[in-house]
Design a protein around this ligand. Structure first.
Ligand SMILES: [Zn+2]
Length: 111
């Protein structure tokens, strides 16, 4: 029996402040938006990203809301979607496996 530990986790990408209306306190204050990259990990090594989430906190009442970061969300709040890229470390597992495959091919071609 083998035990493979895998799942998803998140890492922060960027923090932004924007002017928005709060659905709870109805104030139009600045809200803090933290963008997170969600990735699949195997044995806690990030393999590949699967999505981005925006975690919004109202500065007036502290209301918190998590929404998927989509192009529609960004255009509705005047944010540049391309600015929030997945960090390179979220591709660590794929890059390691790709490097090992490339190295193996190179070694067999040299023989
Ligand atoms: Zn609020």
């Amino acid at each position: 029996m083998s035990l493979v530990i895998f799942g998803t986790s998140q890492t922060p990408v960027h923090t932004e402040y924007l002017h928005t209306d709060c659905p709870v306190c109805n104030s139009s204050q600045h809200a803090e938006v933290m963008v997170y990259s969600e990735y699949v990990h195997v044995y806690y090594i990030p393999f590949f990203p699967v999505g981005k989430d925006a975690f919004t906190v109202c500065s007036q009442c502290g209301f918190k809301k998590t929404t998927p970061l989509t192009r529609g969300f960004c255009s509705a709040h005047s944010l540049d979607y391309r600015k929030y890229r997945h960090p390179m470390r979220t591709f660590s597992g794929l890059l390691t496996i790709g490097g090992l495959i490339g190295l193996t091919i190179l070694v067999y071609q040299l023989d």
